[in-house]
Design a protein around this ligand. Structure first.
Ligand SMILES: [Zn+2]
Length: 370
């Protein structure tokens, strides 16, 4: 089971053990960084619970989903009647905006069926509202329509409004015996503690660089050099690497080195111009910071082991390695990581990029962000 999930041995063992012994908790919380397979694991679990083939057949428990029956196929395509996929979305008031949002969601689900790591992107603020929870309650109150269980996957569960979270808590307190809730989040500290305490917690971790590289090359059609570069800048998130695969990577890499080089040399004009260029386009700050993190790691390799890894920036790597001590590099790496985290929390991208640069300049690394 979980053949399509890279790494995550602890989570896999816990979940397949619980399934095999028919003691899977009704409410589960999958938490850990973005893009490491939490949703994929939830879909796999939903398939296992409702598979019509496999061991156990229709009326028993099927520990390993067959992947081929109607139920497995429909679940993976997000259109099984007993599999509910809830995620943060905009809730516009005008009819025309509602129609537009519904269309966007439809398109997203179609794409998501073939690309399980895809995340919804909306221009307007997105949330899980009390209306969403009421609809969820109505759907989970009924008996399973076609399968043995109803499974509700709630992605981005931390985006519930307070009213939504309180309403959802009531559902968790009196769950229907045939329903499983799987909450997924990268920010479990933002959930109501009373919700967290009612769930069995399953932790997912960042992947090793080699795991990301292999997955990109073997399962997602990346050419080997591209897979190596993407894996290096992914920070252990396969989802992040896949998102970057569609982008103009070399331009982003150059922007990261330009920003870092200017910051280290105290060239404020160039640094601000680089930040401005990186911040203008949606999604770019994440990628530039990813490359900046990989650049710092390359410079550190150069310093400590006399050779640079991964990125083809020999001269600049040498030059920055002469200007920075390992302590400087550690501090910069820490700031870049905090800046990446802050970006994920919707902190202004310019501020995040500037924060990542701050440790490259003496005396400016003690400020806090987000
Ligand atoms: Zn099946």
């Amino acid at each position: 089971m979980f053949d399509n999930l890279i790494g995550q041995e602890v989570a896999k063992k816990l979940l397949s053990g619980a399934l095999a012994e028919n003691r899977l908790a009704q409410s589960l919380l999958f938490y850990g960084p973005d893009g490491v397979g939490k949703e994929l694991a939830a879909v796999e679990l939903a398939r296992a619970l409702n598979c019509q083939g496999g061991e156990g057949g229709l009326f028993g428990e099927a520990p390993k989903p067959c992947g081929a029956c109607d139920s497995c196929v429909q679940t993976a395509a997000y259109r099984h009647p007993d599999f509910i996929y809830l995620f943060p979305a905009p809730h516009p008031s005008s009819e025309s905006d509602k129609r537009k949002t519904a269309e966007e969601i439809g398109e997203f689900l179609k794409d998501k069926a073939g690309r399980p790591f895809l995340q919804p992107r909306f221009d307007k603020p997105a949330a899980i509202t009390i209306d969403d929870i009421r609809e969820l309650q109505a759907r989970t109150a009924l008996r399973p329509y076609q399968g043995r269980r109803k499974v509700a996957l709630i992605a981005g569960a931390d985006a519930m409004t307070i009213e939504a979270a309180n309403a959802f808590l009531k559902t968790l307190e009196e769950p229907s015996p045939t329903t499983h809730f799987i909450l997924v989040t990268a920010r479990p500290h933002r959930l109501l503690p009373t919700i967290v305490s009612r769930c069995q917690k399953v932790r997912f971790s960042l992947l090793a660089r080699e795991q990301v590289e292999r997955a990109l090359a073997e399962r997602h059609g990346a050419a080997p050099p591209e897979a190596a570069l993407l894996a290096a800048v992914s920070g252990g998130s396969l989802g992040r690497a896949l998102e970057m695969m569609d982008q103009d990577l070399l331009a982003d890499r150059d922007a990261a080195w330009e920003m870092l080089g200017a910051a280290v040399r105290g060239d404020h004009g160039r640094m601000l111009a680089a930040i401005e260029a990186a911040a203008r386009e949606k999604g770019r700050p994440e990628r530039v910071l990813g490359f900046a993190a990989a650049a710092v790691s390359d410079i550190l390799h150069r310093r400590l082991r006399g050779r640079a890894a991964v990125q083809d920036k020999g001269e600049e790597t040498d030059s920055l390695a002469r200007l920075l001590s390992p302590e400087d590099l550690g501090r910069i790496a820490g700031n870049i990581e905090r800046a990446r985290d802050a970006l994920g929390h919707n902190v202004n991208p310019r501020l995040c990029l500037a924060y990542a640069c701050a440790a490259g300049q003496e005396g400016e690394h003690d400020t806090d962000i987000g």
